[in-house]
Write a protein of this length. Structure first.
Length: 244
């Protein structure tokens, strides 16, 4: 039976965390930079443990005002420090249960496409946290850099985001960045999980490896969509389980 990991960004104050835990296999938990706090991080980690969901650090820019989604110039060394600082804080709570790391928002996108940032972050993660699984955008320079450093990489795809012809995500500044129609988002996720393919915004078909699929937890219909997606996977004979 084919399988897929289903991950969700949590600990960001959406109020849906407890319900979402029953639908997912991996949680990316905010470390207090773009959202959350030490208290919410501790609460979300305990909630994930209760549901046997894999624990992941979710570092981003220190930017509560913009939810970490505003890009800015950043040096490779600073990007690496940002990630390592938040991973270390997460480990202090999660300890040996820390399973993976997934970058957030603008930092995720910049490290995904800029080779110098990707190499700096991958090199330091491999040096200090070689046991961690890295959730990285499928086909990105960060995924390639992490693999070259010997890290285990889960190629990540998105159920509700559109793709550019080069395999990158459509920037959120564009009106067509998100797929708002649930049926279309479910169909995209199923095709990625079963065929490893997605339709880009220009109509061309792209091949994308898919180890883990992201479901955003900050929308008003997040729980209903996650449940519908999990049921669609079950009906298609795809098992939802953590990436290992």
């Amino acid at each position: 039976m084919p399988s897929i990991d289903l991950n969700c960004d949590l600990g960001e104050g959406s109020g849906h965390d407890a319900e979402l835990m029953s639908c997912i296999s991996s949680a990316n938990i905010a470390c207090g930079a773009h959202a959350g706090s030490l208290e919410t991080m501790i609460e979300t980690i305990e909630l994930a443990r209760k549901h046997r969901v894999a624990l992941g650090a979710h570092p981003g820019y220190f930017d509560l005002e913009n939810f970490g989604r505003q890009e800015r110039p950043i040096a490779p060394e600073e990007a690496s420090r940002l990630v390592l600082m938040q991973v270390e804080q997460f480990f202090e709570v999660a300890e040996q249960d820390m399973h993976h790391v997934k970058l957030h928002g603008a930092l995720y996108n910049q490290v995904s496409r800029e080779p110098a940032l990707a190499e700096a972050v991958a090199a330091d993660l491999a040096r200090l946290w070689p046991q961690l699984i890295v959730f990285a955008l499928a086909g990105s320079v960060f995924a390639q850099a992490a693999q070259a450093r010997g890290l285990r990489v889960a190629a990540e795809v998105f159920a509700d985001r559109t793709y550019q012809p080069d395999g990158s995500l459509t920037p959120r500044t564009q009106l067509n960045a998100l797929i708002h129609e649930e049926t279309a988002a479910v169909a995209q996720a199923l095709r990625l999980a079963t065929e490893g393919r997605v339709r880009a915004t220009d109509g061309r078909d792209l091949a994308l490896a898919a180890d883990t699929i992201c479901v955003h937890g900050d929308g008003p219909q997040a729980v209903a969509f996650a449940r519908r997606l999990k049921e669609a996977f079950r009906a298609a004979g795809v098992r939802v389980r953590r990436f290992s």
